[in-house]
Design a protein around this ligand. Structure first.
Ligand SMILES: Cc1ncc(C[n+]2csc(CCOP(=O)(O)OP(=O)(O)O)c2C)c(N)n1
Ligand SMILES: [Mg+2]
Length: 372
């Protein structure tokens, strides 16, 4: 498939009205059961996100970065991840986390401050969240080079191969780390797919200030294909990500996906987007809602009935209640534990710090809370 930076079209397979459209390079082989499952994952992802924002407002967690509007980018991308692949997220990929089996409590503990990242990345195939913008793209590229060294790329048996899916934002594309990752990935033909969720904003900076050309066109300058996909179209995101991951697994090197989407909510719960963007813009994007178009598609095909939606609403309500319960059950950690989690093996230097901390803690009168 001859796709590169010269390809100007945005790949879309499902219109906002829920109609399938033809594309010369990509297609969605309609499978109603699969479409229903992706709809379910998007609905649960959105519900998780709404609960996260509410939990922050109630003081149960310290911060939450909403994914509202980006459900199709995330669920579509997750659907293209195979068991041996590895995903490196930023800090907003909650729907992918759920799709890959991360438990809500494991995710919420980070934002409640009771743990620093609680899921097993090797088991989930999903790295820990990275708050340092773009740093994970270097980790991802290094991991991809490791897959090459381990002989897990380009084997004739597809099951032996693996690739890496590295997420970053539009704003992160201005970061040095990210550009260095692109260079390394290209130079070593590393099996890594850079998945940029262009949600149009980097906190209050619009994409128009970050880049003078469409982001996907930059990839060509680094020496690998770039492609723009409708990030609110779960079918197109799945098809494009599948293509990019498969060519990486086969040893054809990196690719860049620009998922064109929109951050419907605030950057985080500490942000107020009404200070820097017009309501009309958000209203415009509401018409491109990723969930509504799949509902329209399934309804049009008579592939769902009212019972399906009643059941899905109930599942989302039950899930929401479970998320709230799980969060409230996360208890304060024992501070002494933090010294056990720095390295795989303890060092004399850490032991010394742990002892100093223990004697400092003992100097408090725990009953009255006063210092002796
Ligand atoms: C190295 C670094 N610089 C700055 C920040 C502060 N910061 C946090 S999020 C953000 C914007 C990121 O925007 P984008 O990459 O578009 O991702 P989005 O939040 O839109 O998903 C910035 C500048 C940071 N966390 N790390
Ligand atoms: Mg952004």
């Amino acid at each position: 498939m001859a796709l590169d930076g010269a390809n100007d079209g945005m790949v879309q397979l499902l219109t906002p009205e829920g109609q399938l459209v033809e594309h010369p390079d990509f297609s969605y082989q309609v499978d109603d059961a699969e479409a229903r499952e992706w709809l379910r994952q998007m609905v649960l992802g959105r519900r998780f996100d709404i609960e996260g924002t509410a939990l922050q407002r109630q003081g149960e967690i310290g911060l939450w970065p909403p994914l509202l509007g980006q459900e199709a980018s995330q669920v579509g991308a997750a659907a293209a991840v195979h068991p041996k692949d590895m995903v490196f997220p930023t800090y907003r990929e909650h729907a992918i986390a759920l799709s890959l089996g991360v438990e809500p409590a494991e995710m919420l503990s980070l934002w409640r401050g009771t743990r620093v990242g609680d899921w097993d990345s090797e088991v989930r195939r999903f790295g820990l969240y990275t708050m340092v913008i773009g740093a994970q793209t270097l980790h991802a590229t290094g991991y991809a080079m490791g897959l090459q060294l381990d002989g897990m790329v380009g084997n004739p048996e597809p099951d032996r191969n693996a690739a890496v899916l590295a997420f970053h934002g539009d704003g992160a594309s201005s970061q040095g780390d990210v550009n260095e990752a692109y260079v390394f990935a290209a130079s070593y033909s590393a099996p890594v797919v850079f998945f940029c969720q262009n949600n149009q904003w980097a906190i209050s900076e619009p994409i128009t200030r970050q880049s003078k050309i469409p982001l996907y066109q930059r990839a060509r300058g680094f020496g690998f294909p770039g492609i723009r996909v409708d990030g609110n179209d779960v079918f197109a995101v799945k098809a494009v990500t599948e293509w990019a991951m498969e060519r990486a697994r086969q040893g054809q090197g990196p690719a860049f996906i620009e998922a064109f989407t929109y951050r419907m909510g605030a950057h985080t719960t500490s942000d107020d987007p009404s200070k820097y963007r017009l309501a009309a813009e958000t209203e415009h994007w509401k018409l491109k809602d990723p969930i509504e178009r799949v509902i329209a598609f399934l309804r049009r095909r008579n592939a769902v009935d009212d019972g399906f939606f009643t059941q899905l609403d109930q599942e989302a309500d039950d899930f929401g209640a479970a998320v709230r319960d799980a969060c409230k059950q996360l208890t304060e950690p024992d501070m002494s534990e933090i010294f056990d989690m720095v390295y795989a093996e303890q060092t004399p230097w850490l032991n010394q710090q742990a002892e100093e901390y223990a004697s400092y803690a003992e100097s408090f009168d725990v009953e009255s809370g006063s210092h002796s």
